[in-house]
Design a protein around this ligand. Structure first.
Ligand SMILES: CC(=O)N[C@H]1[C@@H](OP(=O)(O)OP(=O)(O)OC[C@H]2O[C@@H](n3ccc(=O)[nH]c3=O)[C@H](O)[C@@H]2O)O[C@H](CO)[C@@H](O)[C@@H]1O[C@H](C)C(=O)N[C@@H](C)C(=O)N[C@H](CCC(=O)O)C(=O)O
Ligand SMILES: Nc1ncnc2c1ncn2[C@@H]1O[C@H](COP(=O)(O)OP(=O)(O)OP(=O)(O)O)[C@@H](O)[C@H]1O
Ligand SMILES: N[C@H](CCC[C@H](N)C(=O)O)C(=O)O
Ligand SMILES: [Mg+2]
Length: 487
């Protein structure tokens, strides 16, 4: 049990009605989880206002409420603490409640539109191989050492986040590598954390449903660096148009990486094939199994962070060259007959164009490029025709199929995708609703050296149809089909 007054340390208080001398067992921000020994933080959300649920929390026995506005009718025996910003209060309280776990390990945060999962996962693998027990907070999975904890968000909520960091500390982790999403920065999920390193990958148009303008999206990402301490390191990508802007107002020690301009950490792509990359990494040759130009940036940022954290350069380079691709991120496999398959999580028009751009960059012009792609149900419908159009423009043959139909009719989704296929592209397009059949068909049509991109589901291990998650793993299915083919 902790005293409420102690966990309010650093929070901008406006007024206290009642007392802060109360023992607290947990912080909750969902009234449904409130009990007698919890403090309920009322948050104005996008769907509802948590302030409307204060009375519900009290009904469940809660006697301490943090809010931005004191209710007009207050209850006897309840402590109301008015704060300027509930989101911020929640994060600072969570930090205090768990005794500032971020200060007890080396916390590294990666932000940017693309590459966060890849870089944090590579860092987790690298530091594990360097002999440390380390934590990972990512879109795909959270990890404490090798122990996996399912992940629901790219960046967990402030309470869950500090709880996981505390668990990492307790279980002996020396470092934690985490993805910092723009939503998380905006919602103060990472406020108050003591980052030792902040890394920036890149920024392109994304999440504009949330951030409204690109300028606002840039400013939100930049505010992560604005809040780093002067003891921290901020590492940016100078090849990104907005890379320098990110560090404009940071107090942290500024570092940069680039493939194209003068910077603290430099790399050059010497070879870029489906078998991997050969890079000149700050003067030393490095072979990597990761594929595509963009992975040169990811490897360079990972290297820069390891060197900044004073790891031995030779050891870092040796271990880096053993790392394999991250699940569902440009993941490569090849049949015995020589058909290449790439599984990638690209589920937006921009990501699909990027992945196909990378494939077309590496291919020699003799092979056929197949794309197997679908779009998720109950999600943005405007992307459907765009993704089909992009698949057709950038590949030789396209199999339009299902992703996670969720509650929608998969055939309707496919029809909507097909509206984006222009007349001259019809003859290269097939539609097969069953995703496994679609992959099988592409494989049956492919010749040795042809390339099949299976896009949209990446690391996902299920296909959600009408509320039921059926086992489904693009890579496992592809390998199984390859095996049958090779028999
Ligand atoms: C848009 C967004 O980020 N929404 C997040 C937000 O939800 P919200 O604002 O809609 O919450 P709300 O339903 O209006 O409720 C407001 C408050 O009232 C409370 N409430 C509600 C009902 C009730 O009976 N009692 C009660 O107390 C809620 O617990 C909440 O505190 O706050 C919730 C609680 O923390 C989050 O779970 C939720 O994430 C949703 C599920 C989500 O999908 N978020 C995505 C967009 C997201 O965060 N993505 C990024 C990465 C994206 C990427 O890079 O691809 C991520 O970091 O995962
Ligand atoms: N540095 C990069 N630049 C551009 N594209 C990248 C980069 N790294 C990975 N990608 C591609 O972008 C997609 C997303 O990669 P990744 O999952 O690492 O990014 P993320 O930032 O974690 O995304 P999310 O917002 O989904 O969490 C993948 O399709 C991958 O192939
Ligand atoms: N986390 C995102 C990714 C979707 C990936 C794609 N496979 C789909 O189901 O649409 C979402 O749920 O919108
Ligand atoms: Mg991610």
């Amino acid at each position: 049990m902790q005293q409420l007054r102690d966990i309010l340390y650093g929070v901008n208080l406006i007024q206290v009605i009642g007392s802060t001398d109360v023992a607290i067992e947990a912080i909750v921000f969902d009234s449904r989880k409130a009990t007698a020994n919890t403090v309920f933080v009322a948050i104005k959300g996008f769907t509802v206002d948590g302030h409307n649920y204060i009375s519900k929390a009290i009904e469940l026995g809660c006697t301490s409420i943090i809010c931005e506005a004191i209710p007009t009718e207050t209850s006897e025996g309840v402590n109301y603490i008015q704060v300027k910003d509930s989101h911020q209060a929640l994060a600072l309280m969570a930090n205090n409640f768990y005794d500032e776990p971020s200060k007890k390990l080396t916390l590294v945060g990666i932000t940017g539109t693309n590459g966060k999962t890849t870089c944090t996962t590579l860092l987790h693998k690298l530091f594990t191989q360097l002999g440390y027990k380390v934590g990972l907070l990512s879109t795909v999975v959270n990890k404490i050492g090798d122990k996996e904890i399912p992940s629901t968000h790219t960046t967990p909520d402030a309470v869950g986040l500090n709880a996981l960091l505390a668990q990492m500390v307790e279980e002996g982790c020396t470092h934690c590598f985490m993805e910092v999403s723009s939503h998380a920065i905006h919602q103060h999920r990472t406020t108050g954390l003591d980052f030792k390193v902040g890394g920036f990958t890149n920024i392109t148009h994304d999440h504009l449903d949330y951030h409204k303008t690109f300028k606002e999206y840039i400013n939100v990402k930049k505010s992560f660096f604005d809040h780093l301490s002067k003891e921290a390191f901020a590492i940016t990508n100078l090849d990104d148009k907005n890379g320098a802007v990110m560090l404009q107002n940071t107090k942290a020690k500024k570092l940069s990486y680039s493939l194209k301009s003068v910077s603290d950490f430099k790399a050059k792509v010497l070879e870029n094939q489906f078998t991997g990359l050969v890079l000149n990494m700050n003067g030393t040759e490095l072979w990597s199994r990761l594929i595509g130009d963009f992975n040169a940036y990811n490897l360079l940022l990972v290297y820069a962070i390891a060197i900044t954290l004073e790891e031995d350069e030779l050891e870092v380079l040796t271990q880096l060259s053993t790392l394999e691709s991250v699940d569902g991120r440009f993941q490569y496999t090849k049949s015995e007959s020589g058909i290449i398959a790439i599984v990638d999580y690209a589920h937006t028009p921009d990501a699909l164009a990027n992945v196909l751009g990378t494939i077309n960059n590496i291919r020699t012009k003799n092979e056929t490029v197949f794309t197997v792609v679908g779009c998720g149900g109950d999600r943005d419908k405007t992307k459907r025709p765009l993704m089909a159009g992009i698949a057709c423009e950038n590949s030789d043959k396209v199999v339009i199929t299902s992703d996670n139909p969720r509650t929608e009719n998969p055939e309707t989704i496919i029809e909507e995708m097909m509206t984006g296929v222009e007349g001259q592209h019809y003859k290269k397009t097939l539609s097969i609703t069953n995703r496994k059949e679609a992959i099988k068909t592409a494989i049956s049509m492919a010749q040795p050296n042809d390339i099949i991109l299976i896009a949209g589901k990446g690391h996902e291990t299920y296909q959600e149809i009408n509320g039921v998650k059926h086992d489904f793993d693009d890579m496992a299915i592809t390998k199984e089909l390859f095996k049958k083919l090779d028999k």
